[in-house]
Design a protein around this ligand. Structure first.
Ligand SMILES: Nc1ncnc2c1ncn2[C@@H]1O[C@H](COP(=O)(O)OP(=O)(O)O)[C@@H](O)[C@H]1O
Ligand SMILES: [Mg+2]
Length: 362
């Protein structure tokens, strides 16, 4: 079984941000495979999705038929690939893995579909990046388990119908919004994965640590969990870096202080912000009194591509309530000032935005 994973262009640009980057690094894939929960009941968190998926799978088992097609959406590192594997395992079915960017021609898809065996699970990662003609072929395959293969060109072209075995398609996408409606509608079940709570990441870490034989105290786990950006992939990665640090420092059991010191060494701060995130906030606060300032100006100040700042640093900063987008540019929130340990400038009457209430006798 070969797993072809493709990163987003944006994620690839973020190469220097390896620690908190949500895309898996090349050396990481074998490690990830080892840490992937194999059964639905070992999958931590996402209780709504887990419950719904369990119904879909049980019903398919009781009917003795392939489960409905499943669409998994959500940011990188939250468990889409893991869930796809679990679905196949729970169905006791074989799993075929491919990805949108690998399917450039309808013929590529036809070749995959026609070689499926009955009841097999087909996982298409990054399904939003499939080519248009392939997508159209997929509609029919999903609905009627049939495709039309076009042979020849121009006036002499004929289409040969091809019956397919019944299969379950599992699609994964980081951008459900980019999927065309007709494709989205053909999935019987759509699961949206949410970021994990610190408690859930704590459980992920506890599980990984016992598999990797790393000894960590409960507050050590809590420290790593709180710096993991709500993402299990990052939790597992930080755990391994903390393990390295502890090994070199001759520490047998990682407690909160050790975890904190280790992560500080890697410049991952208490909220999980890394150097770029902090550089953005710092530029915003110290150079522009908190903004508003345009994205491209910010990018120049931190020496990064606009695209990187927008797609890599900004979403997390916005989600954490540290940065806000306004029509006039980006602004730092009070929480940002506080996190940097800086004092927000007092609003003056010449500033726009919330000014002190005016008194009549002023
Ligand atoms: N719910 C979970 N419980 C335990 N580990 C998880 C969970 N979700 C993700 N992981 C771990 O995080 C890593 C990345 O998960 P993956 O399924 O590859 O994410 P995605 O495909 O959404 O980018 C894997 O190593 C997996 O072990
Ligand atoms: Mg994946």
């Amino acid at each position: 079984m070969s797993e072809t994973e493709h990163h987003d262009a944006a994620a690839e640009q973020a190469a220097p941000r390896e620690l908190v980057n949500t895309a898996p690094a090349a050396e990481e894939k074998t490690m990830e495979a080892a840490l992937r929960p194999k059964a639905l009941e070992d999958f931590v968190g996402q209780s709504t999705v887990r419950g719904q998926l369990s119904l879909v799978l049980q019903s398919s088992a009781m009917r003795g038929a392939a489960a409905d097609h499943v669409l998994l959406s959500g940011p990188p590192g939250l468990g889409k690939t893991t869930l796809a594997m679990i679905i196949a395992a729970e169905m006791g079915a074989a799993l075929r893995i491919t990805s949108g960017p690998a399917i450039q021609h309808a013929g590529d898809l036809a070749a995959i579909l026609s070689s499926l065996t009955d009841g097999e699970v087909l996982f298409i990662d990054e399904i939003h990046r499939m080519s248009r003609p392939a997508e159209e072929m997929l509609y029919m395959a999903m609905e009627d388990f049939r495709v039309d293969i076009i042979v020849g060109k121009g006036a002499g072209a004929t289409s040969i119908p091809l019956e397919l075995p019944s299969f379950t398609l599992v699609g994964a996408t980081t951008r459900a919004g980019l999927l065309p409606g007709p494709l989205r509608d053909r999935f019987g079940f759509t699961a949206h994965l949410e970021f994990y709570s610190v408690d859930e990441l704590h459980q992920v870490l506890r599980r990984s640590a016992s598999m990797l034989n790393i000894s960590v105290t409960e507050d050590g786990f809590a420290e790593i969990a709180s710096r993991s950006r709500g993402t299990p992939r990052i939790s597992n990665r930080l755990l391994r870096r903390v393990r390295d640090w502890a090994l070199v420092h001759g520490i047998d059991q990682v407690d909160q202080q050790a975890a904190s010191e280790a992560l500080n060494t890697y410049e991952v701060d208490s909220l999980g912000l890394d150097r770029l995130d902090r550089a953005v906030l710092d530029a915003l606060c110290t150079k522009f009194r908190g903004g508003p300032v345009g994205l491209s100006t910010l990018a120049i100040l931190v020496g990064e591509e606009t695209e990187t700042v927008e797609s890599v640093a900004e979403p997390f900063l916005v989600r954490e309530g540290l940065l806000a987008r306004t029509p006039r540019g980006r602004i730092a929130t009070d929480a940002a000032w506080e996190h940097l340990g800086l004092e927000a400038p007092k609003p003056t009457t010449t500033d726009e935005g919330p000014a002190a209430p005016k008194l009549w006798d002023e």
